[in-house]
Structures are given as C-alpha cells and as structure tokens.
Ligand binder design. Structure first.
Ligand code: ANZ
Ligand code: ZN
Length: 804
C-alpha cells in the first residue's frame, strides 16, 4: 500500500471508531490539551500545522498513558475578513465562513490529528451567540459593562468606523481619505476592576508560563504607585482653576520646568479659541491622530501661553500641550522634568525649555533613582525615601494624595460591524438602556443585509432594529453594535467542556466543566501573549464570580510555539514564501510532514523550512517500513519475546538504544518545553543500532517500543505497523527495563603524572588490581625506564600513575 492510502485508511478508522472522543467517565484521570482555535481564513497554513502537531503529540501521548483526553478544535468564526470578502466577492459572510470551515476541516483531517470532534464549535453559531449574550447580560447586571464616549477611527467619506488594521498610514484602506478620531458611544467591559487579581495570579503561573509572557502581561496591566496633586493656574480659565497631574517620581518635583496636557484635556478645549490659527491647527491635527501613531511620532507640542504655580516653590511654570501625554492615563496631564525623563528631555530640547537637575549624575537625562540635589531640605536623601517624604508632606498638607495607577484600560467591546455577536441591549425612550430578556436569546443576525463597506449594515436594517422594550413593553430600538471577536475567544475553552447535547440548554455543563477544567496544556502563538490570554484570564474570573466555574486561572501550562520561516523570513502571502501544507501532504504524506515539523526545531524555537530535512523525514518513515518487512516482523506475534541474557555486543547495544529512546520519550513529555527533536533523534539512533544486528527477538521488542514512542508523532505508520506486527496488542504504556540500560563496560582514562596518555575499556565490577594491570599495559611505552611511585584508581573515571 502507498503511504497516502495507509494514512487514509487509519484516518477513516479513527473517524468511524470514535477513538478520539473524550469519555464521560469522570473517574478517569484527565488531560485537557488545547491548541488556540483557528480563524477560518480558507486554508490552513504551516503555523496551524505546527500548532496541532504539538498538541496532537501531547494528546496521543496521554491517551496511551491511560488518560481521558479532551483535545478539541473549533472556529473563531466572526470578524472582519468575512465582511471584507463579502465586499470584494459579493458573497455572504456566513457562506464564506462556513465553506472555509469545511475546507479547513478536510485539510486537518488529512493530517490525522486526533481531535475530539464531538466538542466542535463555531463562534458564529447562534447557539454560541445565545450564551455569549446571556453572559453579557449577566455582566451588565453586575455593573461590569458600561457605555461611555470614546474615540474611534472614522472615515468621513465612507461614514464608517475603521479598525486599526484598516487605517493605513493615517488613511482609510478603501478610499484613501484622511481618517479622523471621532468621539462616539461605546460599550466597555470593566477589566480594570480585576487589575490587581490579574496581576497577583501571574505569580502562580511562574515556571508554568513562559517568563516573557508573564512579563508582557505584567507590563500591560502596568501598576504604578505615585502621587497626584494639582498646580494652580496663574489665572483661572473658564471653570478650570487648576491642573491635576500624576507622577511616579515625586522625588523630582523640584526639577519641574514645564507642565504638559494631553490634546484632549478639558483645559485645552477652554483655551483653544484664544490661540492663534497656527497653534490651533497643530492641536487639532494632534487630536485627529490615533494614540498609537502619536507614540511613534517625534515629540511635539505648543505653548498655551499661560502659567501654573509650583506648589512647593511658587515658581511660575509654563503650560504646554504635548503629543506624548495621553488623556486616558492618570489625569491627562504631567509635570515635566527634562533632566530625569527621556520624553520630557526630548521635548525640552525641541522647545528650548530649561533643564533643572535634581538627582546627582554626570549625564542627562538621568532616569534612575539617585541622591537628591537642588531640592531644598530634601537634599542628600535617596530617591526612594525622598518620594516617601514628599508624598507624606503632600498628604499631611492636603495638597495631594498617594495613588495607584494602572496602564490597563477598560475593554472597549463594541464594533460597528455586521459579522459579530449582536450586543443584547435595547434602547427605550422611557427606560433607557435595557438588556433583552433572556428568553428571547439568541438575538440572531439578519441574513438579508447589504454589505458595501459604508457604515454598519445592521444600522440600516429596520426590522432588526425594531423591537419591544422588555421592561415597559413599548416600542424600542435594538442596539446595532456587535461584540469584539476577542469576547468569543475569551470563553470558548470553557464551552468546549459542555457536550453537544447540553449546549442548547446551558452555558456550561457543571460536572463536565469541573472535570475538564483547567486546560492542562495550551499551545499557541506568542502574538496572543497579551490580549487573548489576558481577556481569557479575566473572563474566567468573571465566570467564577457569577458562579459558572470554580477556576480562577484557565491555563495551567502555556507553550508558545515559534514562527515558521522560510529563507529567513516569516512565511506569509505578502512575502511569497509560503509552503502549502496540501502540497506537502500530497507529495510526502502526513506523517513525513509531522515528523519534519517536530524534528526540525524544538516547539518554542523558530522553525526554518528545509526541503532536504523533509526528504530525510520521508526516508526515515520508509526505512521503518522496509526494515519491518526485511526482518519478517510482519508475521504478527501473540506476546513479546523474552530476551535471553547472553547477547552479543551489538545486540546489547541495540537494546540499550531502544530503551534509551523510551526513557527519552518519558522525559520529553514531562518536560515543560517538549523538545520532541531530541526524542526523534533517539529513535533514529535506535533504528540504526537495531540494523547493526539481526536477532529477530530484539527487532521485535525494539519495534514494539519504537512504534509506541513514535505514535504521537507519526501515528498513521505506527498504527499500520503495530497492527501488522503486534495486532495492536498491548499498544500502550511500557515500563523502562533498567537492566537493558545498564552499561556492561566503561571507558577509563589513563594518565601519567596527570597527563592523559591512553584509555581502557573495562567490564563493570572488575577489581582495582585487574584495572591497574590493563592500565599499565595500555601505556607501557610511557613507562619504560620509569619508577612507579603511586597508583590511583578513581572509580568510573580514570587511573593515574605517578612516576619518576
Ligand atoms: C514626573 C516625572 C519625572 C515622571 C521623571 C517620570 C520621570 P508609569 O511609570 O508608566 O506609570 N505621566 C503621567 N501621566 C501621563 C499621561 N497621561 N501621559 C503620559 N505620561 C504620563 O509613568 C508615570 C509617569 O508618566 C509619570 O511620572 C509622568 O511623568 C508620566 F523623572 O512625572 B512622571
Ligand atoms: Zn421601556
């Protein structure tokens, strides 16, 4: 049979036997192995293949160890590309999405992944929406969702909100119009309420998640302790008479040489009309630049022509607007200390502002802690105690207070698009914003929509919008925003645990959820190190507080796989260096592809595509088949042979290599980064060693073990051969036989006066006298005419002879 036919045969067998479905027996030990679910873009790419090769190896390994394994797959099926495709190809997003899912399922099938198909899900399924909407209402009722105005990218020509990806160099991707920042109502989820817990729980994940990811999450939550206080305006301006600032460096307060406001600061609004046209237009341009773009531009600003008063020195300090001050952080205003802050320094240089040094150092800007100078009675203190003393002074005199600030912002979840989960809220003139009543869920997307890239199609759909207020039963208008697709991916791993037949009637099936959670191993790309993982951790805590789960942290162990590259660059359509998994499967078969991917690099490292290594994988698989044929192993046996004690050197060596590979397999699967490459290398060595001898019993035992070890990696061929050679009997956990690993002899170095002069092989357990005789023989020519003063045997290492 050809390799492709063998593969097909076993794929169909696995499918029909339900071999890989999780069992409902909750008394079994379990493993929940999960790959990040794919977006149904149309075709699987090598990154997907790598992802599932890793998780599939884990899932198969644990099944063989007797675990009940959940290894599900689903589809992150809402989102923009479906709408873009609808605009471009005049298809419906739903059709496009489901046909992509079908196509990708076929591709995954042909790779032989052992997915728990009975737990499949697609997030665009109305049943998924139903429970997501229900959860959203729970959150609304707990005050975890609110509505407020926020800035969005807006294309004035298409009259539509744009996602960040749709803004190319400040312009609309469709019509090239300059994008502006428009303030609109948005729904926000209060992730900030969990900021402290999200931070604290990271400690529990130490050594279980990659350090780099933990650091990124910590920085994203960004907790900082500091002081807020106000500078009085020299002259009040409208209703505003002071400017509040937040600083983490109260110790530098005597070094303030200007203050700066965010372009959106209310005081800027009050002052705007008093400014000349030049300054006005710069401010308006800054306001229309997204925060992300601002952060990449050079520091710029304008003077507002007014002063504030320093609270400790009463000096007059000029006030500026600056593009590096964010309205969303602290109070949207900063005290600037150019001598000790990079941004402040750059800005001061640009606008020739004074630079006052208050921390001792030879270079400026000096941004670390140090000894205070030019700071009145705080001189000589170190930064840390100065901060404490200054904050104390401000609190004691009611001038300011110590505060904790987080970088983490509440999560804006509303999107003005069609292909997403409808937000289950209703606008009623009498009752305000009311959640839809739960028995009316799911709110389904209407299918008869025009998707043309202008505005939100739902907003133009009258029968969708028209509804009844659940509270007063009057006429009302349905919300037309849909949810950010990150909401769906924040709880799908919980939803997988609920069996299909329970999914209509409940969000989570309690017993199943308790049994399967937490995810034991989560495998995915580093690009999700922040948002997806943070949102998922947050949702798990919210679901816990509502009472759906007892888990606080969803993912017990995280493996971030490296990128797949070719010719030194990430594989991507735009670079034209994509290798299509379909071609590889057709030319080499699934097992070769899987073997190559796990052999070419350890999972966490970058994987450089290499055609000749793929050939190598293909040859190894063929060798495995042909050796089995040559040695007549294909005659199935009922039980494993008993290997007798007296074996030749080569026979012993072959056996040892086989058991070493077995030991390696156990080590690799219990490590935290799963270096499958080392395990594969060990099986290759074992096959070579087996080939150096022709004892059929040793071949049989060797094959039995090698097929076992390799099954998680190249399952098709292992099932085929194990079926042929062993009727698949006992195809499971095997103990490592220590006696096979034992060395019969060891090498000892022989040194004379500490200089290495030779080497001897001695049998284990022989006496020192015998060792010395052998040693002296081996270095006889160095001993001629010499007197031996001392003979030293260091067990298992060396023999040293001291001579004169
Ligand atoms: C004076 C100062 C002197 C500062 C110095 C730093 C160094 P983290 O640590 O990230 O929390 N800041 C405060 N609000 C801001 C805003 N809305 N936009 C931009 N920057 C803002 O950062 C806190 C520091 O960032 C604060 O401490 C403030 O500058 C600035 F030698 O105050 B600092
Ligand atoms: Zn009402």
């Amino acid at each position: 049979m050809k390799i492709r036919d063998i593969e097909k045969k076993w794929q169909d067998f696995w499918e029909n036997s339900g071999e890989y479905e999780p069992k409902d027996d909750f008394s079994l030990p379990k493993k929940y192995i999960l790959s990040m679910f794919p977006y149904p873009s149309g075709n699987i790419h090598m990154g997907h293949v790598r992802n599932y090769c890793i998780s599939d190896a884990l899932a198969r390994f644990y099944r063989k160890k007797g675990f009940n394994v959940l290894h599900p797959i689903g589809w992150d099926a809402f989102g923009m590309p479906a709408e873009n495709a609808a605009i471009k190809h005049k298809t419906h997003p739903k059709e496009w999405t489901y046909s992509n899912i079908e196509n990708m399922k076929k591709q995954l099938y042909s790779l032989g992944f052992s997915f728990s198909k009975s737990r499949d899900l697609a997030t665009c399924d109305p049943i998924y929406s139903k429970w997501e909407q229900s959860l959203f209402i729970d959150m609304w009722e707990r005050g975890l969702v609110y509505r407020k105005k926020g800035f969005l990218n807006w294309c004035p020509n298409d009259k539509t909100v744009l996602a960040n990806e749709q803004v190319i160099e400040g312009k609309c991707w469709r019509c090239d119009t300059q994008v502006i920042q428009k303030e609109m109502y948005q729904y926000y989820i209060k992730i900030t309420q969990y900021a402290d817990e999200l931070l604290k729980c990271l400690d529990e994940l130490k050594d279980k998640w990659p350090n780099q990811v933990l650091t990124m999450q910590r920085n994203w939550v960004g907790k900082s302790n500091g002081l807020t206080f106000s500078f009085k305006l020299e002259k009040a301006c409208g209703d505003i008479s002071e400017v509040e600032v937040f600083t983490t460096r109260a110790d530098t307060i005597f070094g303030v040489s200007y203050c700066a406001l965010a372009p959106e600061h209310p005081l800027v609004k009050n002052l705007l009309d008093s400014l000349d046209d030049d300054r006005k237009s710069i401010i308006i341009r800054m306001q229309n630049t997204s925060n992300k773009d601002r952060s990449m531009q050079k520091k710029e600003g304008v003077s507002l022509g007014i002063n504030v008063i320093h609270p400790l020195t009463n000096e007059l300090i000029p006030l500026y607007v600056a593009n590096f001050v964010l309205m969303g952080y602290g109070s949207g205003a900063v005290m600037s200390v150019p001598a000790h802050d990079e941004r402040d320094y750059e800005f001061a240089k640009e606008y020739s502002l004074p630079i006052k040094q208050v921390i001792k150092s030879d270079v400026l800007p000096y941004c670390d802690d140090g000894e205070l100078i030019n700071s009145q009675n705080y001189n000589g203190l170190d930064s840390k105690s100065a901060r404490e003393r200054i904050i104390q002074y401000f609190t004691d005199n009611n001038l300011g207070k110590a505060v904790v600030n987080y970088k983490l912002r509440d999560w804006g979840v509303s999107r003005q698009r069609y292909w997403g989960t409808p937000i289950p809220l209703i606008h009623c003139d009498t009752c305000g914003i009311v959640p839809e009543s739960k028995e009316n869920l799911p709110i389904k997307l209407p299918e008869d929509v025009v998707i043309d890239g202008e505005g939100n199609p739902l907003d133009k759909h009258h029968s969708f919008k028209k509804c009844i207020c659940p509270k007063c039963k009057g006429e009302a208008v349905r919300e037309t925003d849909t949810l950010d697709t990150f909401v769906e991916s924040s709880w799908y791993f919980l939803r997988y645990t609920t069996p299909l037949d329970k999914r209509d009637s409940m969000l989570l099936h309690k017993e199943s959820e308790e049994y399967w959670m937490n995810v034991d191993e989560y495998v995915g790309g580093i690009e999700h190190a922040i948002l997806h993982l943070l949102y998922s951790r947050f949702f798990t805590k919210v679901l816990r507080d509502i009472g759906y789960t007892k888990s606080s942290e969803p993912f017990m162990h995280l493996l971030t796989q490296g990128m797949v590259t070719k010719d030194g660059a990430k594989m991507s359509k735009s670079k034209g260096n994509v290798v299509d998994p379909n071609d590889i499967i057709n030319d080499y078969g699934a097992d070769s592809a899987r073997l190559f991917i796990l052999f070419a690099a350890p999972p966490i490292k970058e994987l450089e595509w290499n055609d000749s290594a793929l050939d190598g994988a293909y040859r190894f698989i063929n060798r495995l088949i042909s050796k089995a044929n040559n040695m007549n192993l294909i005659e199935p046996i009922e039980s494993l042979p008993n290997i007798e004690v007296s074996l030749s050197k080569n026979e012993k060596y072959a056996r040892k290599k086989v058991y070493e590979a077995l030991k390696k397999s156990n080590e690799v699967f219990s490590s935290s980064e799963y270096p499958f490459n080392t395990l594969i290398a060990a099986t290759m060595e074992a096959l070579n060693a087996l080939s150096e001898q022709d004892n059929v019993d040793i071949w049989r035992e060797g094959y039995f073990i090698l097929l076992n070890i390799l099954e998680p990696i190249i399952p098709h061929i292992c099932w085929e051969l194990s079926d042929k050679c062993f009727k698949r009997a006992n195809f499971c956990d095997i103990p490592v036989k220590q006696e096979a690993l034992k060395e019969d002899s060891i090498m000892l170095a022989v040194t004379i006066n500490g200089k290495r002069r030779g080497e001897i092989e001695v049998e284990l357990g022989i006496s020192n006298e015998e060792i010395l005789i052998k040693a002296k023989e081996s270095v006889a020519k160095w001993l001629e005419d010499k007197e031996i003063l001392k003979e030293i045997v260091v067990p298992n290492k060396l023999v040293n002879l001291v001579v004169k």
